[in-house]
Structures are given as structure tokens and as C-alpha cells.
Design a protein around this ligand. Structure first.
Ligand code: NAP
Length: 225
């Protein structure tokens, strides 16, 4: 059966992805910043909990070393944060901005780069990352969310470049949009996490190399750039 690595799998969308893929027979490598706080994840069938903070290069290197030689079919770079979403332009601090970009933009790139040998060894060769409607410049008609938008638009740029560079290696690089989902990030506003994840799982399972460079919603529709 196939193997999937999901970052930030201890709660929210990441945990539900782990739960649904594990229930379907996949081996799940789920990461958590603090594995001692990932008891639900550790109890899933065929799930392994691995420590990872995507903002710490030593942590990414340790994960890479721990997984040396393991095949990974699908990567979902899911871990992300939102800080002070309602801040007006003058209230956006440099510290908040850099923290969000470090986590949401640099983190997925560092993770994908570290795990490229594992993806090459896997059969499906799929690298996805969790984007957002907020990433879209074309669909932004109400402003707000400066740090979060910048981080996810940056993620789109990173994944778009990756999709071109890694196509020659046969790796499909696609961005996912979960919709507005009821998790801690949204104060539990939005659609049920089970619905969003069931949709994204179907999208991931249907991906081919021709989907590289797309941003695909949980409902299968494309998100404008
Ligand atoms: N919920 C939505 O409506 C929505 C919409 C669009 C996109 N998204 C994206 O979907 C992804 C998951 O969101 P969510 O709603 O499930 O959020 P969440 O419930 O807040 O969960 C975020 C996960 O990311 C982990 N994480 C945060 N910083 C990390 C770091 N530096 N290193 C490793 N892991 C880290 C968290 O770990 P800890 O438990 O240690 O904090 C947690 O497991 C994010 O990328 C988010 O931007 C969400």
C-alpha cells in the first residue's frame, strides 16, 4: 500500500487527512512539533509520529535523516499558521510577517527539498502543499489578512517553480485549497473538516503529472492565481 507524509498531522486538517488516509489502508507518516501531544495520531492504524518544526532547519534535517531510504508516495505540506488576521496595515508587525512567511512559505519548500529523494523512490511521486483562497491575487476583492495572504501567495510561487523544475523528475507538484474549514485556525468556523478532507483526498488520489502547477480546491475546481 502507499505511504503519505503529512506535516502538522496532530490536529485540524492534517489530523483528518491522516485519519482518512489511514482508514483507507495507507501508511501515514504524520509530523507534530511535539509528538507527546499527538496521542490520537499515534493511535491510528499504520501511523508513525515524527517530530518536525518546519521553521527549524535542524528539525527538517533530523526528519530527512530519520526517513533516509524510505519510499514516500505523497507529501502533503500541510503545517501552517495564521497570526493576527484582522491587523490593519499599520498594525502588521515585522515579527508577525516573518514568522508567518517562515512557516507557510519557507517551511513547505524546506520540507519538499529534504524529502525529494523519498518522493523519487516512491511510486506515485506527488508533492502537494496547503494553499488557500487567500493566496489568490485574482480573487482578492476585499483586502485584509496581509501576512497570511503574502505567505500563501509566496507558497504558490514556490510550488509553481517546483512544478516546473521537478516535472523532469516525474514529480507532480500541486497546491490544494481546503475551503474555509472549522479548525482552531478559524475559531471553528466553516465547513466540517471531514468534508474538506474527503474532497482533497479524492483530488490527491486522482492527480497525474498533467496536474502539476495547478491550485485545486477540495471540490475539484481550480483556484485563480
Ligand atoms: N482552516 C481553514 O479554513 C484553512 C483554509 C485554507 C488553508 N488552510 C491551511 O491548511 C493548513 C492546516 O490548517 P488548519 O486549519 O488545520 O490549522 P490548525 O488546526 O491551526 O493546525 C495547524 C497545524 O500546523 C502545525 N504547525 C504550525 N506551525 C508549525 C511549524 N512551525 N512546524 C510544524 N508544524 C507546525 C500545528 O502544530 P501545533 O499543534 O504544534 O501548533 C498544527 O498541527 C494550514 O497550512 C492552513 O494555512 C486552512
Amino acid at each position: 500500500m502507499s505511504t503519505i507524509l503529512i506535516s502538522g498531522a496532530n490536529r485540524g486538517i492534517g489530523f483528518e487527512l491522516a485519519r482518512q488516509f489511514a482508514a483507507d489502508g495507507w501508511t501515514v507518516l504524520g509530523t507534530a512539533r511535539d509528538p507527546s501531544q499527538a496521542s490520537e495520531l499515534s493511535q491510528l492504524p499504520r501511523a508513525e509520529v515524527l517530530a518536525l518544526d518546519v521553521t527549524q532547519p535542524a528539525s527538517v534535517e533530523a526528519l530527512r535523516d530519520a526517513l533516509d531510504g524510505r519510499e514516500i508516495d505523497v507529501l502533503i505540506a500541510n503545517a501552517g499558521i495564521a497570526v493576527n488576521l484582522e491587523a490593519k496595515p499599520a498594525e502588521v508587525t515585522q515579527a508577525d510577517f516573518l514568522q508567518v512567511v517562515e512557516t507557510n512559505t519557507f517551511g513547505p519548500l524546506a520540507l519538499a527539498a529534504a524529502l525529494k529523494p523519498n518522493l523519487l523512490a516512491g511510486k506515485l511521486k506527488i508533492a502537494t502543499a496547503m494553499s488557500s483562497l487567500m493566496s489568490s491575487i485574482g480573487a482578492n476583492d476585499w483586502g485584509t489578512q496581509y501576512t497570511y495572504r503574502a505567505s500563501k501567495t509566496g507558497l504558490n510561487a514556490v510550488w509553481s517553480a517546483l512544478s516546473r523544475e521537478w516535472k523532469a523528475d516525474g514529480i507532480t507538484c500541486t497546491l490544494l485549497r481546503p475551503g474555509l474549514v472549522a479548525t482552531r485556525m478559524t475559531n471553528f468556523n466553516g465547513i466540517a473538516v471531514e468534508t474538506s478532507v474527503a474532497g482533497m483526498k479524492k483530488v490527491v488520489e486522482g492527480l497525474t503529472i498533467s496536474d502539476s502547477g495547478r491550485i485545486i480546491g477540495y471540490d475539484g475546481t481550480d483556484v485563480p492565481w
